[in-house]
Design a protein around this ligand. Structure first.
Ligand code: 5AD
Ligand code: SF4
Length: 433
C-alpha cells in the first residue's frame, strides 16, 4: 500500500513540475513514506531522518517531508524530535501535497493528519488527470479499499489508516484503464481486507469480473484477503476468470486456535483448512502464500508447534513471517506474557528453515514443467537473460530470450534455486504482446 501511495505522490509532484532524481544529494525535496506495522520499520524513520540532517546543512533549500502511517500516528511529535523536518502529512492527505509545498516553500512548518470524509475517499484520486510516469510498469498496484475494521489485536493499521472504505467501481475501472493504456499488463488489487470490498452494490467478485473483461489486461491478482471473507464464489472466480492468476495470499497468522482467538482473527484451523481446500479442490496447481507471526504474547511451545504443523501440512509456496512486535495503542501490547526477543528469534529461525526446505522441494517439482511468464525486464546480473514471474508468482530467469518487458512467454523450467526458477523460452516470439 505504501508503494502505491508513493507512486501517487510521484504523480502529484510531477504535475507540480518536480522530477525524480536518483541521488539524495541532488534533491530539493525528500519525502519519507513511512510504515509503522512493526517497531523496526518505525525506528528506521528516525535513523533515516538523522542521516538526512547532513544533506540539509549542505543544501539549505532542501525540504524534508514525512508521510504515511508513522506520520499519521505521531504527527507533530516528528517535528519536535527531528527538527529538520518541514512537513508531516497523514495517510489521507497525499493529494494535498501541492498546497502543503506552497506553504513549505515560504518557510512554514506544516502538519496535516486530518481524515477525509467518507465520500471523498470513495472517489479518491478524482481531480488529477494522470499521465504516464516513469514508475508505471508492466505490473501495477491499484488500491480498491482503504482502512480496516477488523482490529486484530496485534495490528496498528486500523488506527493509522482508519475505517474501511471501498472505492467506487467506476473510479477503479478508470484507473485500471489508464494503467493499461500506459503499458501495464498485470494489476494487483490492494486493500487491507480486500475481499470485503463492496460499493454501489458491487461486491468483490463482481469487481473482479468487471476488471477481467478489460482488453489487454493479462493478469489480475489481489492482496490481502481475510480468510473469514473467503468463500466458494471467490474460489470459483479463480476458475472462471482467465486473467485471475492461480495464486492466492491467505494470511493465517498462527496455527493455534487459542492464539487466533487472542489475535481476534475469528476463524479456526479447521475453517482455514476448509478455505485452502476450496481453492485446491478446484485448482490443485494454485499457489498459496501466507503471513505468520511468531512469539505472540502468551504463545506456548506447543502453540508454536501448531503453527509449524500447519506449515508442514499446507506447504505454502511463500511465507512472510514476522516476530511479534508490540505496537502502541493495540490490545495485544497490553496482554501479559510477552516473549523475549531471543525466544522469538529462536522460533522464527525454526520456521524459516522449515519453509526454505519446503520451497526448494516445491521449486524442484516444477522443473520440466511449462509455465507462462510475464517478462518484467532484463536480469540485473546475467547477460542475455530476462526476468519475470509465472502465474503462480514464482520469480523466473529466462535464458537467451529476445523478449522485452510486457511480453507474455511460454517457458520450460530448467532449474530450481531456493527462491527462484530458471527457464528456457519455448517460443522465441511472445505468445501475446
Ligand atoms: N507484529 C508482527 N507482525 C505484524 N503484522 C501486523 N502487525 C504485526 C505486529 N504487531 C504482520 C501480519 C500482517 C502483516 C502485514 O504484518 O502478519 O498480516
Ligand atoms: Fe491489520 Fe489486516 Fe487485521 Fe486489518 S485484517 S487489523 S490490516 S492484520
Amino acid at each position: 500500500m505504501n508503494e502505491y501511495d508513493t507512486e501517487k505522490m510521484l504523480e502529484v509532484l510531477r504535475l507540480e513540475n518536480y522530477a525524480l532524481t536518483e541521488s539524495q544529494a541532488e534533491a530539493d525535496l525528500i519525502i519519507l513514506n513511512t510504515c509503522s506495522i512493526r517497531e523496526k520499520a518505525e525506528n528506521k524513520v528516525y535513523s533515516e531522518l538523522g542521516r538526512l540532517r547532513k544533506l540539509k546543512s549542505a543544501n539549505p533549500n532542501l525540504k524534508i517531508g514525512v508521510g504515511g502511517c508513522v506520520a499519521q500516528q505521531e504527527g507533530e511529535a516528528i517535528i519536535r524530535r527531528a527538527t529538520n523536518v518541514d512537513f508531516v502529512f497523514g495517510t489521507d492527505n497525499l493529494f494535498e501535497l501541492p498546497k502543503m509545498l506552497n506553504k513549505v516553500q515560504k518557510g512554514e512548518k506544516i502538519i496535516i493528519t486530518k481524515r477525509h470524509a467518507r465520500q471523498k475517499v470513495r472517489n479518491f484520486i478524482p481531480d488529477y488527470t494522470f499521465q504516464q510516469t516513469q514508475r508505471f510498469g508492466v505490473k501495477a498496484h491499484l488500491a480498491i479499499t482503504k482502512g480496516c475494521n477488523n482490529h486484530c489485536s496485534f495490528c496498528v493499521v486500523p488506527t493509522t489508516r482508519g475505517v474501511e472504505v471501498s472505492r467506487e467501481p467506476e473510479n477503479i475501472i478508470t484507473e485500471a484503464r489508464r494503467l493499461i493504456s500506459a503499458g501495464t499488463r498485470e494489476i494487483c488489487l490492494l486493500g487491507q481486507n480486500v475481499n470485503s470490498y463492496k460499493a454501489n452494490g458491487v461486491d468483490f467478485v463482481e469487481l473482479l469480473q468487471r476488471l477481467d473483461k478489460l482488453e489487454n489486461l493479462k493478469r489480475l491478482r489481489f492482496i490481502s484477503p481475510h480468510p473469514k471473507d473467503f468463500h466458494a464464489e471467490l474460489s470459483d472466480a479463480f476458475v472462471n476468470l482467465p486473467s485471475l492468476c492461480e495464486q492466492m495470499h491467505l494470511p493465517l497468522q498462527s496455527g493455534s486456535d487459542r492464539i487466533l482467538r487472542r489475535m481476534r482473527r475469528w476463524y479456526t484451523m479447521e475453517t482455514f483448512y476448509e478455505k485452502v481446500g476450496l481453492l485446491r479442490d478446484r485448482l490443485p496447481e494454485a499457489t498459496i502464500s501466507t503471513d505468520l507471526i511468531v512469539g505472540f504474547p502468551g504463545e506456548t511451545e506447543e502453540e508454536f508447534e501448531m503453527t509449524m504443523e500447519a506449515v508442514r501440512k499446507i506447504r505454502f509456496d511463500l511465507i512472510y513471517s514476522f516476530k511479534y512486535s508490540a505496537r502502541p495503542g493495540t490490545r495485544a501490547a497490553e496482554y501479559p506474557e510477552h516473549l523475549t526477543e531471543d525466544e522469538k528469534s529462536r522460533r522464527h529461525k525454526i520456521l524459516l528453515e522449515t519453509q526454505e526446505k519446503i520451497v526448494l522441494e516445491k521449486n524442484l517439482a516444477l522443473v520440466g514443467s511449462t509455465q507462462e511468464v510475464l517478462i518484467e525486464g532484463k536480469h540485473h546480473r546475467k547477460n542475455n537473460t530476462t526476468t519475470g514471474r509465472t502465474r503462480g508468482y514464482h520469480p523466473v530467469a529466462v535464458k537467451n530470450s529476445k523478449t522485452k518487458a510486457g511480453d507474455l512467454l511460454m517457458v520450460r523450467i530448467t532449474g530450481a534455486l531456493p527462491n527462484s526458477l530458471e527457464a528456457d523460452a519455448i517460443s522465441t516470439s511472445p505468445v501475446i504482446n
